[in-house]
Design a protein around this ligand. Structure first.
Ligand code: SF4
Length: 499
């Protein structure tokens, strides 16, 4: 274990990705980082532009029954992560093993983590303990793989979730889901495992990859029934035993397309993967056909399912039309699916940006959208999303917080993707009309946005915003000086890299 040369305990954290990457590699983490680079290819941006990625994996662990979570990282990062998890109603303690320069340098931090895990490993309370290295411990090479695999029957799962290797919190969910599936797969290979509390299905099942609106798995189950199939568990799972039935499926539906590590485990278990999702008319028709193919079903069976649901979907789409131009961006992984639904509802969607990378499981969606003239940008940066919104001047911008903020400042109606769009049913007939109400109401808000813009006109922007007694005290000379300092620092860092 080596100590990164970091100026502060967090080493500028999210802003010093290159330094931390170098430190991690010299601490023996190259293999791990190379795997992450293959699983979660980066570019154009190489660091998170939204919340700390570790929030994704933290939330997955916190939502599981009988699973304890321990973080190892800088106090400021852990404070932020626990704050956000409680804001989102975790109702569960987050364990923390603090460190200082000394415990990091001497390796005592690893001993502290091991001790904490031993103290926590009570089989009456927990099935598993997830230990997560954040940026600095990952960069220092704190070797979580050396923790015991299990203590008194409590499984220990150690993961590294550095912001300099995992670009989005969505992909961090995959890191934990993949690690848990890997553990469960090895348990299955070693011998019989317990059945989930909810029992197992008599029908062949389709495991669903990706967090969805609670009604969506039920809707998918209904659409699978005419083919003699059932919906299996949703991964990330809510209890450890569900991992076994998730692996025991006939096929996996990669509803969210960024679960590369999880897909690797399913493929290792010999399960076929079906991309895209049953959204809208065309999406549902193609997805049911894909599922039929994965199970080797007769075309009649697939046609039964299609005939049972496609007319209802068409009817729901026609009954709830959307008129207007919409730009769409987000980091949930379901952006392309939502865009399909909007277009089938009648909307003009010229741009879709997703913070997630391109994957084989979203290829059909990207092709469908591009065939309809949509610009689809994978690994879209905030700058891409803003430029699209500013250039296209939509009737509605659906996006992340900074996109929505900017749109509203321009008087463009806007909706948060995460809170308002991905918290709705999207699949099958239930999803077909579900977006129209919220989207049309937002578009109709344009006169209100115009009134607000006119009302606030002239109050200043950026650092001159607000109420001033005199003229804002602008110091362009200070700004120029600061800019020079930053440029000099960047040049020095570049020169250092060349050495
Ligand atoms: S752990 Fe998260 S908040 Fe902390 S430095 Fe890394 S990316 Fe930033």
């Amino acid at each position: 274990m080596t100590t990164p040369d970091l100026a502060t305990p967090a080493g500028d954290g999210c802003h010093s990705a290159a330094d931390l990457d170098r430190a991690a590699r010299s601490a023996g983490q190259s293999e791990l980082l190379d795997q992450y680079a293959r699983d979660y290819p980066q570019g154009p941006h190489d660091k998170p532009q939204s919340m700390c990625p570790a929030f994704g994996s933290l939330r997955v662990g916190l939502r599981m029954k009988r699973v304890a979570t321990v973080l190892s990282g800088s106090a400021c990062c852990v404070y932020g992560l626990t704050f956000v998890s409680h804001f989102y109603g975790a109702r569960r303690s987050v364990g923390y093993v603090p460190f200082d320069s000394e415990s990091l340098v001497t390796g005592k931090l690893f001993e502290d983590i091991r001790e904490a895990v031993h103290k926590l490993a009570d089989p009456d309370r927990f099935d598993a303990i997830v230990v997560t290295n954040l940026c600095v411990p990952t960069a220092s090479g704190v070797p979580l793989r050396l923790l015991p695999d299990e203590i008194d029957g409590v499984r220990i799962v150690g993961i590294d979730v550095p912001g300099f290797g995992i670009p989005t919190h969505a992909e961090a969910k995959d890191v934990l889901a993949g690690a848990m599936l890997n553990y469960a797969r090895r348990e299955i290979e070693a011998g019989p495992v317990a059945a989930p509390e909810g029992g197992v299905s008599d029908l062949p099942t389709v495991t669903l990859l990706g967090e969805m609106f609670p009604a969506d798995p039920m809707m998918i189950g209904a659409m699978l029934a005419p083919m003699g199939l059932a919906a299996g568990p949703v991964v990330p799972c809510r209890e450890w035993r569900e991992l076994y039935s998730a692996l025991d499926c006939g096929a996996v539906a990669a509803i969210h397309p960024f679960y590369t590590a999880a897909v690797r485990e399913f493929q290792a278990a010999g399960r076929p993967i079906v991309g895209s999702a049953p959204v809208g008319h065309d999406g549902t028709a193609a997805w049911l056909a894909g599922i039929g193919e994965a199970f080797g079903l007769h075309a009649d069976k697939v046609a039964d399912a299609q005939n049972a649901f496609l007319p209802a979907i068409r009817g729901a789409l026609d009954a709830a039309p959307i008129k207007g131009r919409i730009t769409l961006s987000g980091y949930e992984g379901s952006e392309l699916l939502v865009a399909r639904l909007l277009i089938e509802s009648g909307a003009d969607v010229p741009y879709v940006g997703t913070a997630c990378a391109k994957s084989p499981w979203s290829q059909a969606d990207a092709e469908w959208l591009r065939a309809r003239g949509v610009t689809v940008t994978f690994r879209a940066s905030l700058e891409d999303d803003l430029a699209a919104m500013e250039g296209l001047r939509p009737d509605l911008a659906i996006g992340t917080t900074p996109v929505v903020q900017k749109a509203k400042a321009m008087g463009i109606p806007a909706l948060y993707f995460t809170n308002l769009i991905s918290a709705r049913p999207l699949m099958g007939p239930a999803g077909a009309g579900s977006l129209a109400e919220v989207v049309n109401a937002a578009i109709d808000n344009k006169p209100r946005m115009d009134r607000m813009k006119a009302f606030f006109e002239g109050v200043g922007e950026g650092d001159t915003a607000g109420v001033w007694e005199g003229a804002p005290n602008l110091r362009p000379d200070f700004r120029a000086l600061n800019l020079k300092k930053l440029e000099k620092k960047a040049r020095a860092a570049q020169a250092e890299q060349m050495i």
